[in-house]
Write a protein that binds this ligand. Sequence first.
Ligand code: TGC
Ligand code: FAD
Length: 395
Amino acid sequence: MSEKAMRPRKVDPLDFLEVDALLTDEELLIRDTVRQFVADRVLPDIGDWFEDGVFPKELAKEMAAMGLLGMHLDGYGCAGTNSVSYGLACTELEYGDSGVRSFVSVQGSLAMFPIWAFGSEEQKQDWLPRMAAGEVIGCFGLTEADSGSDPGSMRTRARRDGDDWVLNGSKMWITSGNIADVAVVWAQTDEGIRGFIVPTDTKGFTANLIHKKLSLRASVTSELVLDDVRLPGDAVLPDVVGLKGPLSCLNEARFGILFGAVGAARACYEAALSYAGERRQFDVPIASFQLTQRKLVEMLIGINRGMLVAVHLGRKKDDGTLDPTHVSFGKLDNVRMALQVAREARSVLGANGITLEYPVVRHMNNLESVYTYEGTNEIHTLILGQAITGINAFS
Ligand code: TGC
Ligand code: FAD
């Protein structure tokens, strides 16, 4: 066995464990392309978009042109990249803002994926190319005002009327609801929960914007109301019945989030590291205080650990060995880590940490939503608890 002596080397504070070395040239190229897009098109204006509470819809077509919508799906105009590349794109987008990553997650993983996985060939041909091109924007209606963590208790109902379906009910907290051209809506039927493709200009469909959010402000969040929405028989997704339909979509979106959260954390860490080197108190940079160094080191460890977990889970997804409980592990730990990093970074920036001049408080507030949506921290804890004990502790 040959042994190589370990020699001190210069480390990169921004890629401490050299996770980049685990990525292929193609993955790095995709990552760097999205990073440049975020630097050019998101970072200069995101503070204003957040303050004004707007998602700039024109970004949709630009991201489509880069192949980011339905990026990991094959065929139908989708880019068909591997899962690691999709994850890395999410990391870079969320470095910009969770709202931008949310838009891409919802479009690709929650609106396109169910059509791609459970739709008829006609539905796929009809919707997916236009959605990949950013011409049609989608949203995903699962949550209701009284059914969040427990979507199986949903009350939205679809009933047969001749060949048609008629939908009644409402959905709450729906990302992109007011800008969507099509909603994938999950509803109770006599056969169990089913998914419906609902063009948003259908009579009886309304989207109401949710105001006064202090988180994900650069993202559209809506209530959807379905009042006798009549759809043709072929609006139903034919290939899935039951809660496993929407839960399968969540696996995809949660996978993007476990990568994305590392990007938000990295933005906060970089801001804190740079600020700590420049800001002086007691005649020295605040980075020279042991207490500040400890904060920065905890951030460094969390981010590098999170990226290693993400790449490992991405490789498992690509080789077909990823289980939904692995995704829960990553979503739970990486989002929790990112929120801790954001809060620590906020304290390093002192008073400056509360303004939109820096990215930190924006990410911190956004991550409160990311912590809650796509399965709360508690729900993922119980999914993992059930996986290792065999005991269901949900009720
Ligand atoms: P349970 O009885 O355990 O399962 C019902 C059926 O589903 C199957 N299943 C899954 N299938 C695929 N993937 C998974 N991860 C699955 N987990 C379970 C299961 O095998 C069963 O199939 P079958 O054939 O026997 O019928 O279901 P439950 O009612 O006890 O619920 C389990 C629980 C609590 C884990 C689940 O409901 C849950 O994950 N709740 C959290 C809800 C949630 O995450 N909502 C997210 C809404 S979308 C959103 O937030 C978008 S944010 C925007 C953005 O992403 O940016
Ligand atoms: P609840 O389920 O009421 O939970 C409240 C608290 O109780 C939480 O701490 C929770 O962890 C805890 N709790 C619940 N059950 C248990 C249990 N069994 N054991 C222990 N603790 C428990 N939904 C969509 O369908 N589509 C979207 O596009 C979408 N976008 C969103 C965008 C934003 C900005 C936000 C904030 C939410 C979005 N959601 C969306 C909804 C999101 O998925 C839900 O908010 C989430 O699933 C939690 O549901 P809830 O808010 O009703 O909380």
